[in-house]
Design a protein around this ligand. Structure first.
Ligand SMILES: Nc1ncnc2c1ncn2[C@@H]1O[C@H](COP(=O)(O)OP(=O)(O)O)[C@@H](O)[C@H]1O
Length: 286
């Protein structure tokens, strides 16, 4: 199995120390293989000065809105938004021995193995490279310190955005999530309006309702039940700290507390990413 081959091709700045360490440990532990000749080179990324083929990661609890903001940014920056949760769901939709195994894991709120997730991600990256994609915004990966090490071993992540939202809102947002079974659009029927108290600011997030033609086709993810969401949140908290720490000590972590819904949060996120100017130029050109 070739893993993360796409990451190693073309646009990756390779961290030779960790790549070397990882290639040997990977080979020893799990049978992954990387094109070692490229991994050893330590080539700096070749960038078209006019383009921003960023290599970013979005972290955050289930329900925080990683998908929404990562997908908006990917459109703004012209890079693919790659969500490992979507890759897993695509696999679930196929009828294969793997999909049966994955359904059980995902519906319990557990993580699928690093081997499977890396295989799915490698394939997605390879397909993208074949289509001429460069750069990416990853959402849902890495989720464990080991996954962060794997990624660090094969490519340079420039920025890790850690989206944060209070726990009661996260649960409500997960339970309010809806997907259009036809167009695949993501919506949210939760209407959040929490008043500030004891010095803690309130938060208002209006629902993100679908257009009329999607209304009758809305479905809820099988893993968005209260019991499973609570398990996913528990697991996320347990595993996320080492991942955040991994990027914090490398000076790559940008913490961002979502102040409210999209209209309030989006401009502030762009400002935090120094992209407000970019957004204005693009709107003017449109
Ligand atoms: N990086 C990953 N490692 C292991 N499992 C993953 C990973 N990404 C996604 N999954 C699996 O897919 C499920 C759905 O992922 P996702 O859509 O990102 O959900 P969430 O809303 O919990 O962030 C997860 O609960 C997990 O089972």
């Amino acid at each position: 199995m070739t893993a993360l081959r796409g990451l190693l091709r073309g646009n990756a700045a390779v961290n030779t120390r960790t790549a070397g360490r990882w290639i040997s440990s990977v080979a020893a532990e799990s049978g992954f293989s990387f094109p070692a000749s490229q991994a050893r080179k330590g080539v700096a990324p070749r960038r078209d000065p006019g383009s921003r083929n960023v290599q970013w990661v979005f972290l955050g609890c289930p329900g925080v809105g990683k998908g929404t903001y990562a997908s908006r940014l990917s459109r703004l920056l012209g890079v693919p938004h790659i969500a490992t949760g979507d890759l897993v769901r695509d696999e679930l939709a196929a009828t294969s021995p793997l999909s049966k195994q994955l359904t059980e894991i995902v519906n319990r709120g557990h993580l699928v193995s690093d081997e499977i997730i890396i295989d799915l991600l490698s394939k997605r990256l390879e397909d993208g490279v074949a289509k001429g994609e460069s750069g990416f915004i990853l959402d849902g990966f890495p989720r464990t310190r080991r996954q962060a090490e794997i990624l660090d071993g094969v490519t340079e992540i420039e920025l890790v955005v850690n989206l944060k939202l209070r726990e009661d809102v996260l649960l409500a947002k997960c339970l309010g999530r809806r997907i259009c079974s036809q167009c695949g659009g993501n919506f949210n029927v939760a209407s959040i309006d929490i008043k500030g108290e004891n010095g803690r600011p309130g938060i208002a997030m209006p629902p993100l309702l679908p257009p009329e033609h999607c209304m009758s086709k809305l479905i809820t993810r099988a893993d968005d039940t209260e019991e499973v969401v609570k398990e996913r949140l528990r697991l996320y908290h347990e595993l996320s700290q080492p991942v955040e720490e991994f990027y914090r000590i490398r000076g790559k972590l940008l913490e961002f507390d979502l102040p409210g819904g999209i209209p309030e949060s989006w401009p502030k996120l762009l400002r935090a990413l120094n992209l407000d100017d970019h957004n204005e130029k693009q709107s003017a050109a449109a």
